[in-house]
Each structure stands twice: as structure tokens, then as C-alpha cells.
Design a protein around this ligand. Structure first.
Ligand code: SF4
Ligand code: SF4
Length: 442
């Protein structure tokens, strides 16, 4: 068992879905169920569903190794019914201990707490972890990386969807550290005059710039016009969010009635949190502290609130205040809303509400070729935990897959490997730059 976690650690595998939690830590735990989260519920992203369709053997191998490491007797692959190619590819290969669970096309089916509830009926307690109820969760790309790690192949590439206002929406595989400018060019460039860029999905992704490199946690690249409502909302300052909340919240409760965490029995009542904040934190401290359990799914901001308030951003501001003074939420799990399943948001309705239809291509086909950049910038922290420590110097020649940054024993984090063959151009406190074929002198 320990051998699997050790090989996965050596390969630098981290959660590819965005969190970047080192996978070997999850593999060192004991669980009865290992869940592959293939919901990919963010509208527009097309990565995991295509990886599952193209590499079903690797996915099942990765899951089988993960089940062996954790002692899980049950493996579940959660997919939406519309991912028919993935379902057809996986179905004939399933061993008896692994089953596919079909999800409706709803948001946020891929929030791991919701995926667990939809596929097993179990509910993660507020502030708790899936492991608290015997479940470990990874996404499709992470488990494919686990299978590769067991073959001695470290994580050196990332597959991501490039979509929105681009000429040819596409899903590509690039070496880690590739500049987003290069990735954008693979989609034929932008089709709007003033573009803005989101790393990840439209709901949970963050504004990014093209100078950033692709990392192990890059969720995707979405291009939208700079005046699109999603871009404006992501750019809003917290001061502006709080001012609007204070001025116009009508306490309609829609944010709470549709909050995915609230409906499965977590306390989290966004309308009461907004009310408390608007009245100088008057209210139960525990109500305010329940903001710590917000998943930042964006439903309250982008879908529920009729007057443009973002309870999510209020929660995020509270979270950083509470975390700064080590406050933890202590509430218990309550009864679930009997209508909970029907309160999750149909994806098509969400796309309409977000005004994404003009930028919403039906496909972003997966390209099989690996892009070959001239230069990569590999951040030393592409994961939760401490930054990796360089083991190479400027001028060193490295080959793709070679270890270039490691971690002291017992330190939470992940190793970094060269993603192309070339010469180390620069080693800084933040990143290692490798240029293909030699040192570049500007
Ligand atoms: S949905 Fe908007 S207006 Fe209604 S209670 Fe929540 S924040 Fe206030
Ligand atoms: S972002 Fe809003 S809807 Fe989502 S979990 Fe947080 S409070 Fe609930």
C-alpha cells in the first residue's frame, strides 16, 4: 500500500481539478469508497469527459491503484448522462468493485460534497472532509496521473479546454509551464476586440492574464469580452460588494433556498450572513462563522440573487478574517431539505442566466498531439503546501521528466519535474525557467 503512495508522491501528482492537494496524502488514508469526480459541472469545460472517453484503461487503472492504497472496496465513477462517449468506453472495462453513477446535468454536481451526496447518499458534515464519512475523491485527470505515476511517469503535462471567444474551441495537452499566450494560439486566437481571461470555469474560475503559465491546477482558459457580466462581477472589489449588499438586500432568502450546502443540511444561511454583515455583525457568531463552510460555488451570486448581491464574496471576506485568527466552524449537520435534489440548477438554465450562449460552443475537441513550447516557466508552488526546493541551477541541462525541485521529508507539498528537454535558464524563489535547446540572451 505504502508503495503506491510513495510512487505517486515521487511523480508529483496533485489534485488536477483546481485544489492542488497532494494526492499521495489522500492515498495514505483509509476509506471504504473511492470516488472519481467526472461531473465536470462548470459550463464550457470539456476536459475530464474527453479524457475519460479517450483513456478509459488508464482511468480504471488509476482508480484501482487508489482503491488498493486506501483499502476502498467500492470505486465509483460519477459521470453525467450526456458524457455518452466516456460511459461507453468505460462500461465494458469495469471490474466488479467499480461502478458508474450517472448524474443529471445540474450545477454544482461536481462540488465534491454534492457529488458524494448524489452518488452515495452520504453527507459530509459542515467544515468536514469526505474522509470523515469514509470517502476519498479525485477527478479524472488526477487518477490518470496516478496510473502514469505507477508506470514511473511524473506529471509534466496538463490537459485543458480553451474556449469562449476564440476561433477554434479546443482541448489541448501542453507541457506544464507553457505560457497561456501559446495555449490561446492553439485555439486560433480571440474573436472579440477587448478580451478578458478566466482560469477555470465560468462559475469558480479566476481572472487571469496571458503571462501566466499553465500549472498542475490550471482549470481551463475561457475568453470573454471584458464587459461581460461574469468578468465585471469577478473584478468587483469587496468594498463594492459590501456596499451593494448593504443598500439593496431585500432578505428574499433565495440565496439560502438554493445554496447547495444549505439544502443538504449544512447551517450556512447566506441571507442571514448578509443581514449580519449589513448590521455590523449583529447576530449569532456561529451564523457568521458558517461562512467558513461556503464552497464558493457562485450559485448565490450568479443565479439566486435578484438584485446583484454576492453573498459568496461576503463569505470569502469573512473566511479570510476568521482564518487569520484561527477560528473554526463548530456547527453540526442538520436535516436535508426534502426538495434538495430539485433545487440544484439545470446547467442549461445557468448558461442562459450567465449570458454565455453567444460564447458557448457545443464542443472543444481533444487534440492528441502534445504541444512543444520553446520555453516553460514552472512555479515551485503548484499545489497546497510548501513550495518545492530547486535541485538544479541555471545552465544545467535537463530532460523532460527529470526532477528539478523536491521537498524535505514530512513536508506537505509536491515535487516538480522538467516538462521539456532543454537548459535551465533561470532559478528564482518562485519558479524554474527552462528553454528548449539552449540559454536565450535577450
Ligand atoms: S438573494 Fe440577494 S436579496 Fe435575497 S436575501 Fe440573498 S442577498 Fe439578499
Ligand atoms: S457560494 Fe453561495 S450558494 Fe455556493 S455554497 Fe457559498 S453561500 Fe452557498
Amino acid at each position: 500500500m505504502h508503495d503506491i503512495a510513495a510512487k505517486v508522491q515521487a511523480a508529483g501528482v496533485v489534485g488536477a481539478g483546481g485544489a492542488g492537494f497532494p494526492t499521495h496524502i489522500k492515498l495514505a488514508a483509509a476509506a471504504d469508497t473511492y470516488l472519481v469526480n467526472g461531473a465536470e459541472c462548470e459550463p464550457m469545460l470539456r476536459t475530464d469527459q474527453q479524457l475519460a472517453a479517450c483513456y478509459p484503461e488508464l482511468l480504471i487503472q488509476g482508480l484501482t491503484y487508489a482503491m488498493a492504497a486506501t483499502g476502498a472496496q467500492h470505486g465509483i465513477i460519477a459521470l453525467k448522462a450526456k458524457y455518452q462517449a466516456a460511459i461507453s468506453a468505460l462500461q465494458p472495462l469495469l471490474p466488479p468493485a467499480i461502478r458508474i453513477e450517472i448524474l443529471r446535468d445540474i450545477y454544482p454536481a461536481g462540488d465534491e460534497v454534492i457529488t458524494i451526496w448524489l452518488t452515495t447518499g452520504r453527507r459530509v458534515p459542515p467544515g468536514g472532509l469526505p474522509l470523515d464519512i469514509g470517502v476519498v475523491v479525485n477527478n479524472v485527470q488526477t487518477l490518470i496521473n496516478v496510473a502514469k505515476a505507477m508506470q514511473g511517469e511524473p506529471v509534466t503535462t496538463k490537459t485543458l479546454t480553451v474556449t469562449g471567444a476564440v476561433s477554434n474551441p479546443v482541448t489541448v495537452t501542453v507541457p506544464l509551464g507553457t505560457a497561456l499566450t501559446d495555449v490561446l494560439a492553439l485555439a486560433g486566437g480571440v474573436t472579440c476586440s477587448q478580451p478578458a481571461y478566466i482560469d477555470g470555469g465560468p462559475m469558480m474560475g479566476k481572472i487571469t492574464d496571458l503571462a501566466s503559465p499553465v500549472t498542475k491546477t490550471t482549470g481551463g482558459l475561457i475568453v470573454l469580452p471584458a464587459d461581460h457580466l461574469l468578468i465585471k462581477s469577478k473584478q468587483q472589489t469587496v468594498e463594492s460588494v459590501l456596499r451593494i449588499a448593504k443598500t439593496v438586500c431585500e432578505q428574499c432568502c433565495y440565496c439560502t433556498e438554493l445554496c447547495p450546502r444549505h439544502i443538504i443540511g449544512h447551517e450556512l444561511p447566506p441571507h442571514l450572513i448578509v443581514r449580519c454583515v449589513n448590521y455590523n455583525a449583529v447576530g449569532q457568531p456561529q451564523v457568521l462563522q458558517s461562512a467558513l463552510t461556503c464552497s464558493e460555488c457562485g450559485v448565490c451570486e450568479a443565479y439566486s440573487c435578484p438584485v446583484g448581491i454576492s453573498p459568496m464574496r461576503v463569505n470569502m471576506a469573512l473566511k479570510s478574517q476568521f482564518r487569520a485568527v484561527n477560528i473554526r466552524y463548530q456547527g453540526q449537520l442538520g436535516p436535508a431539505d426534502p426538495m434538495a435534489e430539485h433545487r440544484l440548477i439545470p446547467s442549461a438554465r445557468l448558461v442562459g442566466r450567465l449570458n454565455l450562449k453567444p460564447w458557448y460552443p457545443p464542443e472543444a475537441p481533444l487534440q492528441s498531439e502534445l504541444y512543444q513550447p520553446d520555453r516553460v516557466i514552472l512555479p515551485l508552488r503548484q499545489h497546497i503546501g510548501a513550495p518545492a526546493v530547486p535541485v538544479v541551477q541555471a545552465g544545467d541541462t535537463v530532460t523532460a521528466g527529470q526532477l528539478i525541485a523536491t521537498l524535505p521529508a514530512e513536508t506537505l507539498g509536491a515535487r516538480v519535474h522538467a516538462s521539456i528537454t532543454g537548459v535551465v535558464e533561470q532559478v528564482s524563489g518562485q519558479a524554474i525557467t527552462i528553454r528548449k535547446g539552449g540559454i536565450h540572451h535577450d
